[in-house]
Design a protein around this ligand. Structure first.
Ligand code: FAD
Length: 477
């Protein structure tokens, strides 16, 4: 990290005030919303918060930060889960919120793209695409709060990755403010452009450490005019994986989501979330939420019903339901998305996000069950997630007063199991500060060294989110 003097911070602040005005430079209690993350898992203390309105303002503010040697933490919707978007506790980092860069610059259904500023809320991007009879397929539980710049900076995944890929696969172009305050315009809506290195890729998933994304051109896809949402129950994670293999064969790329939910998660949602009911009458060990979609308006449901009848006949599922209307569909998704909220009424939720090969999911669940049992009955494991991507959120519900002691031990055990299966300790949430040290022993030294070289080259003063993802010099930082 860098240590600016009080004089440098106060000179930066008064020059920022002159540039964007008093209402957009927040201090004292006004910074509290920017200093704590969505789930209140992490807290820091900013020197002050800047709220620019244009790319030019962002560029001028970053140039000022560089001049005064002050660290900047870019922030979108503040829904990130790995402690990357809030400042550290030093009181010397400045939050740069992108929320006021919230314009939709262009929607082109013929070119199948949309150009938006970094602060547009993800749900607003989806709505703008829908208004143009197109789909912007990035979808996740935080879509009403997270901002597209944050989605790109974290290379967010979500519930449609199976069919449409990660955020990276949806980005055609970017506008980025570099660490010296210059603007890099890579905003072309081109599908093909092999003129050397694909520089925009450097910034996707870089978590605000290499540049500040101010706008993006995003790929749109054909609308999903008919959707079929299925809720099926199975005996074991192995049956769920086999069900996935089978459904892939039947429905191919029409599957947009294939989500696994444990009995514990379903029952917690039905108990603690108002108005939520289990879609099937009896409790079952494992539940699978599947969504199919296509561009035609009819015909998919009949195909799905025929396929489900076969599933029952072949004994692949125990019970199931098909959403009859949008309200039932929303209820199914509420259970899927509401598990963290529901279980946080029971205890402290230790959240994780890991990935293994799809066929290794049953082994991972079994090993996590085993080691969780060793912690005794006060710790419960809550696996759920994107089984079609091999990505599970292996959460643990622990007594609040023991969270500090138990969380690191649970992570150590979980990560050891993931390592044994040659998986990754971050599937879609990123690294932030939370996993920064844990990736060091897990990435090849050549890869880490290249990451550090990139950081030093693009941000020689280390003013952009200096503590996040990778430390340039682990010993002296
Ligand atoms: C209820 C809930 C459900 C979620 N579900 C999912 C899910 O299914 N899949 C998934 O992948 N994630 C999920 N997340 C995590 C989170 O929503 C994503 O990481 C999201 O992409 C973060 O966007 P944000 O705007 O909130 O970013 P922030 O939290 O503000 O920032 C995240 C990181 O990006 C950097 N950053 C933000 N904006 C910019 C910018 N313009 N330029 C450069 N750097 C920037 C920040 O410095 C920080 O390092 C979920 C979170 C919650 C709370």
């Amino acid at each position: 990290m860098i240590h600016p003097t009080d004089a440098a911070l106060s000179a930066f602040k008064s020059e920022a005030l002159a540039l964007i005005g008093l209402a957009n430079v927040l201090s004292g209690d006004d910074t509290s919303l920017y200093d704590v993350d969505f789930w209140k898992q992490y807290a820091g203390k900013s020197a002050f918060v800047l709220r620019p309105n244009t790319t030019a303002d962002v560029a001028s503010l970053v140039a000022l930060a560089a001049k005064h040697g002050v660290a900047i933490v870019p922030q979108g919707g503040n829904t990130g889960l790995v402690n990357g978007g809030i400042p550290d506790e030093s009181g010397s980092e400045v939050v740069l919120s992108l929320q006021r860069l919230n314009r939709i610059r262009a929607v082109d259904p013929a070119g199948d793209y949309i150009t938006v500023e970094a602060g547009v809320i993800l749900a607003e991007v989806q709505k703008a695409a829908e208004a143009a009879d197109r789909l912007f397929p990035l979808a996740l539980g935080a879509e009403g709060s997270c901002r597209i710049g944050g989605n790109i900076a974290t290379n967010a995944g979500g519930v449609n990755v199976l069919r449409y890929g990660m955020t990276r696969d949806l980005v055609l172009g970017l506008e980025v403010v570099m660490a010296d305050g210059s603007i890099l315009d890579l905003l072309k809506p081109l599908r093909k452009d092999n003129t050397g290195y694909d520089l925009k890729q450097l910034f996707i998933g870089s978590e605000g450490t290499l540049g500040i994304i101010t706008a993006a051109t995003l790929r749109l896809v054909a609308p999903a005019r008919e959707r079929v949402t299925l809720w099926l129950t199975v005996e074991t994670p192995q049956s769920a994986v086999e069900l996935f293999r089978h459904c892939r064969g039947v429905f191919g790329d029409l599957i947009s989501s294939f989500e696994l939910i444990s009995s514990y998660g379903v029952e917690a949602a039905c108990t603690h979330l108002p108005g939520v009911r289990r879609p099937v009458s009896e409790p079952h060990p494992w539940h699978v939420l599947i969504e199919l979609a296509w561009t035609f308006t009819t015909g998919l449901r009949e195909r799905a019903e025929a396929a489900i009848a076969d599933l029952f006949e072949e004994g692949r599922v125990i019970d199931g339901a098909i959403a009859e209307n949008e309200a039932q569909r929303q209820m199914m998704w509420r259970i899927r998305e509401g598990q963290s909220e529901a279980t946080s009424k029971i205890g402290y939720v230790v959240r994780s996000d890991v990935t293994v090969a799809i066929s290794d999911i049953p082994a991972l669940v079994a090993r996590c069950d085993e080691f969780t049992a060793e912690f005794g009955p006060e710790v419960a494991v809550l696996p759920f997630g994107h089984i079609g991507d091999g990505n599970l959120h292996m959460n643990f519900v622990v007594p609040r007063e023991k969270a500090k002691e138990l969380a690191p031990r649970l992570f150590d055990q979980l990560f050891a199991e993931v390592d044994a299966l040659k998986g990754s300790i971050s599937a879609e949430h990123g690294v932030g500060r939370a996993k920064r040290d844990a990736i060091v022993s897990r990435k090849p030294e050549g890869a880490l060294s290249l990451m550090r070289q990139l950081k030093v080259t693009l941000d020689p003063q280390r003013i952009l989110n200096p503590d996040v993802v990778v430390r340039v010099n682990q010993k002296t930082d």
